[in-house]
Design a protein around this ligand. Structure first.
Ligand SMILES: Nc1ncnc2c1ncn2[C@@H]1O[C@H](COP(=O)(O)OP(=O)(O)OP(=O)(O)O)[C@@H](O)[C@H]1O
Ligand SMILES: [Mg+2]
Length: 241
């Protein structure tokens, strides 16, 4: 479970996150939506204990990001868009395994986990090749596998499907649904409304650091009386100007 309690984050004059409160239950997938600069990544970096909140606190399965960062980190699986950070000279398997060892997985457990994830993500063909020359989508799959190798309870994915083709995105959705069925808590950000609709139980919309909508996609449609989700999004953030 993720509990965001009145979190504000300031960088000098910029208020990146402005007093937001929401929760994500276990077994739930919550979509985080917002324009460039809305505060999505900043919110997730606070959850990941990379940044301290200026005000408020976040609890991850009951542990405070302010006071219990080690407990928080142990429970989190993280994927941050744009900064994939794989070791190019290592193979896909080695990259994933390296991370698993940092989390204290034993070799047998690790081998089993790599097998499961590579099957789930369709990575078997390139598992033992060096990642340097991989395509963007192939690297993204390795990064997704790496973020899940230690079987985290709470999963934060910042724009996870960027670079994935249609079939890889569908493989990814299947994986998220199985994690959800296992009772994981999943928060992911996206610029793709269609994807949010396919995956999420609920969504929140952030605009200039503030939370301007929280609810289901069908509530969102009813609220705005529009069908097309992109139109609704433009309308929602327009009303806040
Ligand atoms: N380290 C930092 N120092 C100063 N300002 C920052 C820092 N990190 C983020 N910001 C600012 O905080 C605001 C929110 O940025 P953030 O990266 O959270 O947006 P985002 O919703 O993830 O956008 P995008 O969709 O483009 O990824 C922006 O105005 C950004 O310039
Ligand atoms: Mg971002």
């Amino acid at each position: 479970m993720i509990e965001v309690e009145a979190v504000t984050k300031r960088f000098k004059q910029v208020v990146a996150v402005d007093g937001i409160t929401f929760t994500v239950q276990s077994g739930e997938v919550l979509g985080l939506l917002g324009e460039n600069g809305a505060g999505k990544t900043t919110t997730m970096r606070i959850m990941a204990t990379v940044l301290q909140p200026s005000e408020g606190d976040i609890r991850i399965d009951g542990f405070s990001v302010r006071n219990q960062p080690m407990e928080v980190r142990r429970r989190l699986g993280l994927l941050f868009g744009g900064e994939v950070g794989l070791y190019n000279r290592l193979t896909a398997r080695e990259n994933i395994s390296y991370f698993g060892r940092l989390y204290g997985l034993g070799e047998r457990q690790l081998a089993e986990r790599v097998k499961q994830l590579s099957r789930a993500l369709g990575m078997e063909d390139f598992l033992d090749r060096r990642v340097g020359p991989f395509s963007r989508g192939m690297k993204q799959k390795v990064a997704i596998a790496r973020s899940l190798v230690h079987d985290p309870q709470v999963i934060l994915l910042d724009e996870p499907t960027t670079g994935l083709d249609v079939s890889a995105a569908s493989v990814f959705r299947r994986l998220i649904n199985s994690l959800k069925a296992e009772g994981k808590t999943i928060l992911f950000s996206s610029h793709n409304m269609g994807e949010i609709e396919k995956l999420c139980d609920r969504l929140i919309i952030m605009h200039k650091g503030r939370l301007i909508f929280e609810g289901t996609v069908s509530t969102l449609r009813k609220t705005y009386g529009l069908e097309d989700l992109d139109d609704i999004f433009i309308r929602a953030i327009g009303e806040e100007e």
